[in-house]
Ligand binder design. Structure first.
Ligand code: GDP
Length: 301
């Protein structure tokens, strides 16, 4: 159970319906294939590339059975979907390049930011790393309370101040504590308000400036959390965020709840940002390191 069954089954069922009893590819077949891939949200460009490649192959090859046809189709899809330069799967076990390693987590409310922070904390913690969560979304009291519940579940300490406290001050506390306690990772929750962009930018800038007083290279990573069920909305949200802050990687959540999991494959191309993690459920263990080749293989199942 990898949380991707909805997308996988949809792709697999549709393609097997398409190839049933067939050994030849015609225009109608190509159009149907195109629609299946578009529906799974693998992206228009990728879809067209796949269809073109299959057209090319079909011109020179013949298939003696439905199986042979399927093998070719899945082979081409896998090859095209894997074709992204310079993507390295994250690794919770590996030594981190800095100590403390400061990760800023950004994203609008409701996308799964709190849950994702807890999942990351739990993974780092389980890999033997000392983690501190900084509750720097001080705008909503409920946000801090929620995060505390999740921090407890993950078994890691959280640094917070009262509601309305200066987020930068919380972050300064957290990185100071991390330095003093020799912690490995600081995960910083930030405010999820995008409607007031200049305010958000100022807030993030101040957080970074203050963090750098203690940790010169901070933040080492800026993760943007996006809800995978929102399709192109997630893409436009991401475009807005990348105007505010130098995002280094994406977390795509709620993939268990959608048959359009192909979004993970197209979004990195569209935004030129690597997907680092995917959320596949509401529990603390429902986070996976995104590994394109594993993901594509799981989808092609
Ligand atoms: P935040 O407002 O961005 O901090 O979002 P939360 O972390 O509170 O999550 C919002 C809702 O999405 C909650 O009901 C979570 O349980 C749910 N959620 C978060 N991640 C996932 C996921 O990967 N899969 C599913 N099915 N639900 C998720």
């Amino acid at each position: 159970k990898d949380g991707l069954s909805k997308t996988r089954e949809t792709i697999r069922d549709n393609i097997s319906k398409l190839t049933q009893g067939r050994t030849e590819i015609d225009d109608e077949f190509l159009e149907d294939l195109e629609n299946i891939l578009i529906a799974a949200d693998v992206g228009v460009e990728t879809t067209l590339n796949i269809v073109e490649r299959i057209t090319e192959k079909a011109r020179t090859e013949t298939y003696r059975s439905e199986d042979e046809l399927n093998t070719m189709l899945f082979g081409v899809m896998e090859e095209m979907l894997l074709d992204v330069a310079d993507e390295h799967p994250a690794d919770f076990e590996a030594p981190l390049p800095a100590k403390p390693y400061v990760v800023l987590i950004v994203g609008v409310n409701g996308v799964g930011k709190t849950t994702s922070i807890a999942k990351l904390a739990s993974n780092y913690h389980k890999s033997g790393k000392k983690v501190i969560i900084a509750a720097a979304d001080t705008f909503r009291a409920a946000a801090v309370e929620q995060l505390q519940i999740w921090a407890d579940r993950a078994g890691v300490p959280m640094i917070s101040q009262g509601q309305g406290a200066d987020p930068a001050s919380v972050v300064f506390d957290a990185v100071s504590s991390a330095v003093a306690k020799d912690a490995d990772v600081v995960l910083v929750d930030t405010a999820g308000r995008l409607h007031n962009k200049s305010h958000l930018m100022e807030e993030l800038a101040k957080i970074m400036r203050v963090a750098r007083k203690k940790v010169p290279e901070a933040p080492h990573e800026v993760l943007l959390v996006l809800d995978g069920t929102t399709g192109q909305n997630a893409v436009s949200q991401a475009r807005e965020f990348t105007k505010c802050v130098n995002v280094t990687g994406l977390v795509i959540t709620k993939l268990d709840g959608t048959a359009k999991g192909g979004i993970v494959l197209s979004i990195s191309r569209e935004l030129r940002l690597p997907v680092k993690y995917i959320g596949v459920g509401e529990k603390i263990d429902d986070l996976q390191i995104f590994d394109r080749s594993k993901f594509v293989k799981a989808l092609m199942g």
